[in-house]
Ligand binder design. Structure first.
Ligand SMILES: NC(=O)c1ccc[n+]([C@@H]2O[C@H](COP(=O)([O-])OP(=O)(O)OC[C@H]3O[C@@H](n4cnc5c(N)ncnc54)[C@H](O)[C@@H]3O)[C@@H](O)[C@H]2O)c1
Length: 327
């Protein structure tokens, strides 16, 4: 079994660390005793507020900068003695419907930049964030790590290409890099603004601002939702044991259709009005039912029940609506 230096006492870099999962990861790295957590985020979607508590510790250094620029990364690696990098930077899936080429290239460029730095010995371990989207629509269920990769969007194609880059650098140069592959995450701090918002925050925001929830297509497309702290917990446990070059799904057994999800959010927020129907989105993956057999075999895997996680998440958006005076 792989053994890596503990996070405690290390300087860790998180790309995309002002985003949803990245900011929860930063909090957890600090509570694990990281000496310093360096964040590079261009705030494409991320927000500095997501790091407010973390920065209060005095152990976070935030760079509002672009991880696609090699010179920016070079500068950071000159300034900090980074041991481990968690690569969370990405541009949201929905963005690929508007700017397909850039959504693809961000995923590939950031990964290649980091792999080149790692190959040159600038840091030791890379934890690369993939996505369940690389599988495309299931050809068998539940989808395990051997499921064919058949991306249906350029976002997912860029992610799949980045995964292949990580795997090939491990084979060619023996770098210590592994891949975590989360399924749909939910929880506080997920972006709720504009076209790039996730289904839970956008539905909550619509209801909390007096609007109507929306469903694309017949709503029968299903997803496997995992609470963000559970993902972060799994990533840090996997960091200790997952061999280089390997990939692990991080998912629950919370298979839920989008229609059922929107109904539950509406109910929890006391909304019983109309739910608007929108045309199906091209390339919307129909089903994401994951196998989590591998992660369960590797670590002590604890999962938040969906009802509890959803209720905590909606509490967060209720508070935010009050603070930011949404209505
Ligand atoms: N949220 C999910 O459901 C989910 C599911 C599967 C995989 N993932 C993966 O987990 C990782 C984190 O996802 P998230 O949900 O926190 O997304 P997010 O959009 O909230 O965070 C990504 C962050 O990357 C930043 N970013 C974008 N381009 C950048 C660049 N060029 N340089 C620096 N920063 C840049 C954004 O501003 C944002 O803060 C991603 O790699 C994503 O593919 C997420």
């Amino acid at each position: 079994m792989t053994s890596r230096d503990p996070i405690s006492g290390q300087c860790v870099l998180v790309t995309g660390g002002a985003g949803f999962i990245g900011s929860h990861l930063v909090d957890r790295l600090l509570s694990e005793g990281a000496r310093e957590v360096v964040v590079i985020d261009n705030l494409f979607v991320g927000a500095e507020e997501n790091l407010a508590a973390a920065r209060g510790t005095g152990r976070v250094v935030f760079y509002r900068d672009d991880a696609e620029l090699t010179t920016s990364l070079d500068y950071i690696f000159e300034m900090h003695d980074v041991g481990t990098v968690f690569n969370c930077a990405t541009k949201a899936l929905n963005y690929s419907f508007h700017n397909p080429s850039n959504a693809f290239s961000t995923n590939v460029t950031v990964a290649l930049n980091l792999l080149e730095l790692q190959r040159r010995g600038k840091f030791h371990t890379l934890c690369h964030f993939s996505t369940s989207e690389v599988y495309g629509t299931a050809v068998y269920e539940p989808m395990d790590e051997e499921h064919p990769r058949s991306p249906t969007t350029t976002y997912a194609a860029g992610k799949a290409a980045a995964d292949l880059a990580v795997e090939s650098y491990v084979r060619m140069f023996d770098v210590d890099a592994y891949i975590v592959r989360p399924f749909n995450n939910y929880g506080p701090r997920q972006n709720h603004n504009g076209l790039l918002a996730g289904i839970i925050p956008i539905t909550a925001k619509r209801v909390l601002t007096g609007g109507k929830p929306e469903i694309h297509g017949d709503g029968q497309q299903s997803r496997d939702f995992i609470y963000v702290s559970d993902t972060v917990d799994a990533v840090l446990k996997l960091h200790e044991r997952l061999p280089a070059g390997e990939t692990v799904n991080i998912s629950t057994d919370n298979q839920i259709t989008i229609k059922e999800l929107v109904d539950r959010i509406s109910k929890e927020l006391g909304y019983d009005g109309e739910i608007l129907r929108r045309p199906a989105r091209p390339s919307d993956v129909l089903c994401h039912n994951a196998s989590n057999a591998k992660v369960r075999q590797l670590i002590d895997y604890t999962l938040t029940p969906f009802e509890a996680g959803l209720s905590r998440t909606l509490d967060y958006y209720r508070d935010l609506a009050r603070k930011e005076q949404w209505a």
